[in-house]
Design a binder for this molecule. Structure first.
Ligand SMILES: Cc1cc2nc3c(=O)[nH]c(=O)nc-3n(C[C@H](O)[C@H](O)[C@H](O)COP(=O)(O)OP(=O)(O)OC[C@H]3O[C@@H](n4cnc5c(N)ncnc54)[C@H](O)[C@@H]3O)c2cc1C
Length: 417
C-alpha cells in the first residue's frame, strides 16, 4: 500500500458523506474518491420539497463546489462491478478506480413488480428526487388522479403530498390492514382515520395487474379483478431493496443486503458498508438486521470511517429510534416497538384525552419499546427508560400522566441521543 491511503466510497447519501467527513478529520492526508449516480441531498426531506415547503435547491445538503474544496474527487456515475482481488471498481462513466479501503453505501431502491406498462410516463416509485420531479412535472401538465400502491408509512407520506397538491387519490392494498409494520392496530387507526377523513378511496385486497396508457402516458391501472381505475399517476410504494446488484461476483457476502459485522466490515478485507444497503450481523450465526433510518446511516458511516483508518469502533445500534410526521400527526417508534404476535411480550397502552396515543412493549417488567403518536413529550423520557432498563411494573396511571418520567431514571444513567 502507498503511504497515502486511497479511500473509495460508493454512494453519496448520508452514509457515504458521513464517512467522507469523518475520513477528512481522521486522515487529512488520505485520498478520497466518491462515486455516486446522484448528488447528495436530504432524502428524508423529499416531502418538504414535494409540498413546496422548501425550494429544490434547499434539499441539497452541500453547497456547489463542496467536494472540490474538501479535496474529494467526486465521480458522477454508477458502479457496475467491484473486483476485490485487483481492488478495482468499474463505473459506467469513468476509467476504473483503484482502492486501498472501500466503503459501500449505495442505499436502497423501491421494489417493483414487472407490471406491463411500468415504463409509461406518470409511473414512478417514491424514493428519490428524480421521482418527485416526475410527479411535479405530471401535476404541472394537468395530472389530477393518482393511484398509490402499498399500505406502509411511505404510501401515507406520498398520499399526504398528493392531497396537499389537490389530487384525488386511490390507495390499493394487497392485504386487509394498513401500517402493520410500524404500528399496532390502535395506533394505525389514528393515522388511518385521517386518511379516510380526507376522502382517499382505499381498496383492500386489491392488486395491480397492469398499467394502461395512450401515447406513452399512463391513463389507468387494471386490477387483478379486471377493473380499470382511470388515473394520471401511479406510485408503487410496496417496499424497498438494497442496491447490491453490482456486487455479484465480487465475493463480498450479500444476503439481500451487504452483510457486515459489528464494525461495519464486510466478509472481504478492507471493504466496509454502511447505511440502507447493509445489514449488521453482530456475531456469527446471529440474524442480520437492516435498520434503514437516516440517523443510523450517519452513525454507521462515522464508525466505518474510524475502522477504515485503523481504529476499532463497534457500531452499537442502541435503542432503535425513528420519528416523522404524516397528515396532522407526529409519531415516534422506539426499541422493540411492534413485536410479532405471540412473542410473549406484555403491552400497556394509553389513549390520552387530546387524542394522542402511546403503547409500551414490556419485557420481563422492563420497557423494551414504544409507539408514540402525537404524545411527543414522552419520547425523550421513554427513550431514557428503555436505555436504563428501569423496572416499570409498579408504575401507576397517575405516574404516566402527571409525573416526570425522567425522575425514574437512576442518576448517572441518562444517555444522549
Ligand atoms: C421519502 C422518504 C422519506 C424518509 N423519511 C425518513 C425519516 O423521516 N426518518 C428517517 O430516519 N429516515 C427516513 N427515510 C430513510 C432515509 O432517507 C434513509 O435511511 C437514508 O437516506 C439512507 O442513507 P444511505 O446513505 O444509506 O442511502 P441513500 O440515501 O439511498 O444514498 C445512496 C446513494 O447511492 C447511490 N447509488 C446506488 N447504487 C449505486 C451504484 N451502483 N453506483 C453509484 N451510486 C449508487 C444512490 O443513487 C444514492 O444516491 C426516508 C426515505 C425516503 C425515501
Amino acid at each position: 500500500m502507498e503511504d497515502t491511503t486511497k479511500y473509495v466510497i460508493i454512494g453519496a447519501g448520508i452514509a457515504g458523506i458521513s464517512t467522507a467527513e469523518e475520513l477528512l478529520r481522521l486522515d487529512p492526508a488520505g485520498n478520497i474518491t466518491i462515486i455516486s449516480d446522484e448528488d447528495y441531498y436530504y432524502r428524508a426531506a423529499l416531502s418538504e420539497y414535494f409540498q413546496g415547503k422548501i425550494e429544490r435547491n434547499e434539499i441539497f445538503a452541500k453547497e456547489d463546489g463542496w467536494f472540490e474544496s474538501a479535496g474529494i474527487d467526486f465521480i458522477r456515475g454508477a458502479v457496475t462491478s467491484v473486483d476485490t482481488g485487483a481492488r478495482k471498481i468499474t463505473c459506467d462513466r469513468s476509467e476504473s478506480v483503484q482502492y486501498d479501503k472501500l466503503l459501500i453505501a449505495t442505499g436502497a431502491s423501491a421494489l417493483t413488480t414487472p407490471w406491463p406498462g411500468l415504463e409509461l410516463d406518470g409511473v414512478c416509485t417514491y424514493r428519490g428526487l428524480g421521482c418527485v420531479d416526475t410527479y411535479l412535472h405530471e401535476i404541472e401538465e394537468g395530472a389530477k388522479k393518482a393511484v398509490v400502491l402499498g399500505g406502509g408509512i411511505l404510501s401515507f407520506e406520498l398520499i399526504d403530498n398528493f392531497l396537499q397538491l389537490g389530487l384525488e387519490v386511490t390507495l390499493l392494498v394487497r392485504g386487509e390492514g394498513l401500517l402493520g409494520l410500524l404500528f399496532d392496530e390502535d395506533g394505525a387507526k389514528i393515522i388511518e382515520d385521517q386518511l379516510y377523513a380526507r376522502g382517499v378511496d382505499v381498496r383492500f385486497k386489491t392488486e395491480a395487474d397492469s398499467f394502461e396508457g395512450v401515447n406513452g402516458k399512463v391513463t389507468g391501472l387494471v386490477t387483478k379483478a379486471g377493473e380499470t381505475i382511470p388515473c394520471d399517476l401511479i406510485a408503487p410504494a410496496i417496499g424497498i431493496r438494497a442496491n447490491v446488484g453490482f456486487l455479484e461476483g465480487s465475493g463480498i457476502e450479500v444476503d439481500r443486503s451487504v452483510i457486515v459485522d459489528g464494525f461495519l466490515r464486510t466478509s472481504t478485507e478492507d471493504v466496509y458498508a454502511a447505511g440502507d444497503c447493509c445489514a449488521v450481523r453482530a456475531a456469527p450465526g446471529d440474524r442480520s438486521v437492516p435498520t434503514r433510518t437516516w440517523l443510523t446511516s450517519a452513525l454507521q458511516g462515522q464508525a466505518a470511517a474510524v475502522n477504515m483508518t485503523g481504529g476499532d469502533r463497534s457500531f452499537r445500534e442502541g435503542v432503535i429510534f425513528n420519528s416523522s410526521s404524516v397528515f396532522e400527526s407526529f409519531y415516534a417508534v422506539l426499541g422493540l416497538f411492534n413485536p410479532a404476535e405471540g412473542s410473549g411480550h406484555a403491552f400497556r397502552s394509553w389513549k390520552f384525552a387530546d387524542g394522542s396515543y402511546m403503547r409500551w412493549t414490556i419485557e420481563k417488567g422492563r420497557l423494551a419499546g414504544a409507539i408514540i403518536i402525537d404524545a411527543m413529550k414522552y419520547v425523550w423520557p421513554v427513550r431514557q427508560l428503555i436505555e436504563s432498563r428501569v423496572d416499570v411494573t409498579g408504575l401507576l396511571e397517575s405516574d404516566i400522566e402527571n409525573a416526570d418520567l425522567l425522575e425514574l431514571v437512576p442518576q448517572g444513567q441518562q444517555v444522549l441521543f
